[in-house]
Design a protein around this ligand. Structure first.
Ligand SMILES: [Zn+2]
Length: 305
């Protein structure tokens, strides 16, 4: 119901899909027009969905000010500044930025907003990975440490709560899924959860094995979120269009079924190449049409701890 009431420009969705994760960066940027824009959609209550090139951003706007979950790529900052100003008027600077994980399509605005007074909040491992050089072998690339001013200044272990704009915001860490520093952010009164890249709607996920991710952790995270949400919950994936519990359940079942199938074939002595060659079957074909194709997904399963 909420989805149909939203106005999300197809271009924004395409951009979000193109930029499906960190370091799809340069290809996505080259394919985009010179002045990036952000599309804003009302979610529920005082929550808004902002979509640019990178990860989905959720903004809480109310009497306490502005709080945002994730802040897209660095080059998108002017477009977000304009979009937030449209939403709230002149003083659009967020008081808080919560990062769902360390990838650059989710934390790129940190430095700018921190300079404007925002307090950046994230899991301890987000700060750790942003502070140090990261190798992303799957993209054959390296991410240099972020400037000190971009780092989260409040970090947490398992969870954290913020009480802001009349809502109780619960930030829950999930160990070893997309990375080792992923959090889901629940707006408990509004019944909205931002899952970051813990959830790739209708697509195989990017398991950042070099950042401590794992396939088993992905399933566990999906199970944990499923246990907390209901049929009315608005679920915000890391990229692309909004989702609901049924979408997340379908995704969780895909993760569990395909990973069990691959593991069984590996245990029976089949090689990764042979599994890729034979494929997972028609039922799962559409899941490989996005950022992560079937061969990559099979590789993640085979190499996951
Ligand atoms: Zn990511």
């Amino acid at each position: 119901m909420l989805q149909s009431s939203l106005r999300i420009a197809p271009a924004a969705v395409a951009a979000a899909l193109l930029a499906a994760c960190a370091l799809a960066t340069s290809a996505a940027a080259q394919n985009q027009e010179a002045s990036p824009t952000v599309t804003t959609s009302a979610l529920t209550g005082n929550l808004h969905l902002l979509q640019g090139r990178g990860g989905n951003v959720v903004a809480s706007v109310g009497e306490d000010g502005v709080l945002i979950i994730d802040d897209d790529y660095e080059e998108m900052v002017p477009a977000y500044e304009a979009a937030l100003t449209d939403l709230v008027g002149a003083d659009a600077n967020p008081r808080f930025v919560i990062n769902t994980h360390w990838h650059l399509d989710h934390v790129g605005g940190n430095l700018f907003w921190a300079d404007r007074g925002a307090v950046v909040v994230a899991h301890t491992n987000v700060r750790e990975r942003m502070s140090t050089r990261q190798e992303m072998k799957i993209f054959d690339s390296v991410v240099e440490p972020s400037p000190a001013g971009a780092l989260p200044v409040i970090t947490y272990g398992d969870s954290l709560a913020l009480h802001f704009n009349g809502d109780d915001i619960e930030v829950q860490h999930h160990a070893s899924a997309h990375t080792d520093g992923d959090s889901a952010v629940y707006f408990t009164n509004e019944n909205v959860v931002h899952m970051g890249d813990l959830f790739f709607k209708d697509g195989f996920p990017f398991v950042d094995l070099g950042s401590g991710g794992s396939v088993a952790g992905y399933v566990a995270a999906a199970d944990a979120v499923l246990a907390r949400v209901d049929d009315s919950t608005v679920i915000v994936p890391g990229h692309g269009s909004l989702a609901d519990k049924a979408d997340l359940q379908r995704y969780r079942d895909m993760l569990a079924t395909t990973s069990a199938a691959v593991q069984a074939r590996l245990a029976a002595g089949e090689s990764v190449d042979s599994i890729v060659e034979a494929g997972l079957g028609e039922e799962w074909e559409s899941w490989g049409a996005g950022f992560i194709n079937e061969a990559k997904w099979i590789g993640f399963i085979a190499n996951s701890p």
